[in-house]
Design a protein around this ligand. Structure first.
Ligand code: THG
Length: 364
């Protein structure tokens, strides 16, 4: 495919000059914004990520800001997850569903204060749903997209690099908690989170002007740690079972089908709760499963049907060869009759039929 041309709709990020200078190999578009897909190669990037530390421009994880006296009321309508014990230094992974229980997004919710939240959204215009509810109900709340661009620092040396730039305090940040830490003349929210399971942080860079100075500081401080520019990795995230909204699951799926049942514990009448009651009781008719595909596969650029006796019994939308595990790792959405570990199903790839085997667990 040819190049993606940025313009006012396909937005650059505060870190794009750094990403370009680092020799980015490919882009996708996510939330109307550039997101790198690889630097050296997806395989080489994965190996480096597992050994060293990478800086990821994940500005495309845009923030839907919900602020004002009715902020918590709106959040509780949007969230299947119980927010009652959420502290003002916490991040929660939260599925958001429509009135039929269909997934609209799977953001990370961040509580800044009792009347101020961010939803760090996956690909999709979730702000329009939030704004629609606020307008229709006349809520006293602002729904906006602030100039906040997450920068992820991921990998086993992330603590060391971050301690050099933000101070030793970063080491005490617990998983899915944050601290406000100083860089230059400003405090930034620094959370222990990120779309890999190699450990690390996300810095919510509040103000585009701080983007490149922070990027440059991370690289200047990380030379001996072999710091590199990176991006969400197409192999590591499948091994880790991190779901991609729009690919692995979409609006036709419920959070129960996505394996997100434990995040649907709100006692309140959130939007979609009634529709989800049946699946809450009896379980879903299909579910996300780790899978191995046998034989050679090309890249999965769309979705591959799963077939049993010629009938579709699910699909795979994420698959890649894993050099670490020596198999093709994949994420499938599989009908109940076929979802037990060990079940072999045919998968129709662009390069022909292959066998796909349901696994017990993801790889980490
Ligand atoms: N970080 C931030 N925003 C994001 C993402 C992120 N927005 C887009 C996308 N990623 C949203 N989707 C996810 C999916 C998985 C996780 C986070 C965001 C995740 N899951 C962990 C897991 O499944 O093990 C932890 C879940 C938990 O226990 O709470 O991290 O990455 N800012």
């Amino acid at each position: 495919m040819a190049v993606i041309a940025p313009n006012r709709r396909v937005r650059k990020t505060p870190f794009t000059p750094g990403v370009e200078a680092a020799g980015v190999g490919g882009y996708t578009v996510y939330n109307h914004m550039l997101l790198a897909t690889f630097f050296e190669s997806v395989e080489a990037d994965a190996a480096h990520l597992k050994q060293h530390v990478q800086v990821w421009d994940v500005s495309c994880e845009r923030q839907v800001q919900i602020k004002g006296p009715d902020a918590l009321r709106l959040m509780k309508m949007l969230s299947p997850r119980d927010l009652d014990r959420m502290q003002a230094d916490q991040c929660y992974y939260v599925p958001v569903v429509d009135q039929n229980g269909g997934m609209l997004n799977d953001p990370v919710a961040i509580k800044l204060s009792d009347d101020h939240y961010w939803l760090s959204v996956a690909d999709g215009d979730l702000w329009q749903f939030a704004l629609g509810i606020a307008v229709a109900l006349g809520l006293d709340v602002e729904v906006s997209e602030p100039d906040v661009s997450p920068l992820a620092v991921q990998g086993p040396k992330a603590d060391e690099l971050m301690a050099r730039v933000f101070g030793e305090d970063v080491r005490d940040i617990k998983f899915f908690r944050y601290k406000r830490l100083r860089f230059e003349d400003k405090e930034f929210l620094v959370a222990r989170s990120g779309w890999s399971k190699q450990g690390g942080f996300e810095i919510y860079v509040d103000g585009s002007d701080y983007g490149m100075p922070l990027w440059d500081s991370l690289f200047a401080n990380g030379q001996d740690l072999k710091v590199r520019a990176g991006c969400p990795n197409g192999i590591e995230r499948i091994e880790s079972g991190l779901l991609s909204f729009g690919s692995d699951m979409r609006r036709e799926n419920t959070p129960y089908e996505c394996g997100l049942a434990k995040f649907c514990n709100s006692p309140l009448d959130y939007i979609g709760k009634t529709a989800l009651a049946e699946q809450a009781e009896n379980g879903p008719p299909r579910i996300i499963r780790p899978m191995v595909i046998e034989g050679d596969i090309g890249p999965c650029t769309g979705s591959w049907q799963l077939l049993a006796s010629g009938q579709q019994v699910g699909q795979i939308a994420s698959a890649a060869y894993s050099p670490e595990f020596g198999v093709n790792v994949a994420i499938g959405m599989v009908d109940r009759a076929y979802w037990d570990a060990g079940t072999r199903i045919e998968v129709m790839t662009e390069h022909g039929m292959r066998w796909a085997v349901v696994q017990e667990n993801f790889w980490r």
